[in-house]
Write a protein that binds this ligand. Sequence first.
Ligand SMILES: Cc1ncc(COP(=O)(O)O)c(C=O)c1O
Length: 398
Amino acid sequence: MSPFALPSRLLMGPGPSNIHPRVREALSAPVLGHLDPLVLAMLAEIQDRLRAQFGTANPLTLAVSGTGSAGIESCLQGLIEPGDRVVVEVRGFFGARMAEMSVRAGGEVTRVETPWGEPADLDRLRAACHTVQPRIVAAVHAETSTGVGLPLGEVAAIAREVDSELVIDCVTSLGGMPVEVDRQGIAAAASCTQKCLGAPPGLAPVTLSPRAEARLAARRRPVPFYFDLPLIARYWSGDHAYHHTIAVNLIYALREALVLAAEEGAPARHARHGRHGIALAAGLEALGLEILAPVEHRLPMLTAVRVPPQVADEAAVRRHLLTAFNLEIGGGLGELKGKIWRVGLMGETSRMSHVVMLLTALGQVLGVAPEGIGAAIGAAGSHVEAAAPSGEGARTGS
Ligand SMILES: Cc1ncc(COP(=O)(O)O)c(C=O)c1O
């Protein structure tokens, strides 16, 4: 039987993103046992490197087996006990999902909702928190369904005012913009590996403050076994007691992705994501498209753009990009399905050459004249030139 042939695509959707050849190589290293001393040493190294990404000294910092959702669910399952009051800031699909997960964890949930595409309403969030006096405040840092960010410092201040634990979904932001868990006083944060960290999907970095960890220890009712963070932490950094068979090849890949991120350095990496996000938005607007998020709330790594009225079948456009250009972008989720496209510039994918490719391919599919496409590329490039520090592209090839 012939092997399953898989192309190498340019992944410009909401994740996964492309991985560096060194990460791909790490994936194919020999499988070792999950208790092998070399694997255990690698886990300790990954914990330190994740602490650097999260901006924390939290001892309980590790990668849960599973995708980003597993990380968020393990934090919410651990910190919410039946009957606990929870306020969730909802401005898109993933905020709604945090609310649903909080309900399933037994929380009495108050949703503070904002129309999708608009920024969080901090006045209403503050008012709800003062009324409800929740044990937990939960919010999405980078709402991938709309491309709208969250002013983390302001939300953290609100959670502090009412002495609540702040739980943050930083699935899309970690590795692409500062998260600063300790500085913001975040109780728990969960992410994924397949977006701005530049590894394959399958692991979910999480970190919990010592106070949140103490709450886990004081729970009245145990959480589902697989999401039991103290037990998982015991395997990672305690007596290494078996909890489950960790996917060692994903661990190798995550370690290499974190090494690459450290080599680049957080400020340079965040700045790279920032520059290319601004360039992409400028180019898309020059193509005549409308960005969903207000300019001051836009995410650097995910741009949601409205499907123009002349396009009857937006999915056909995405199919065409995939088959003719080998380029993946995302469609809308939930109530934005059919109404937007989502273009990601995450991790290794965040390069100026990819911005140019996307503008060229999408411009052609939409029937924009070559001069119009050239103008869009020029608009994108002028933003990068305006913002680029010296040495741009030394490693990233941007
Ligand atoms: C903001 C956000 N939260 C949570 C998730 C869920 O992550 P995963 O698909 O890795 O489980 C995603 C996935 O795109 C996301 O963008």
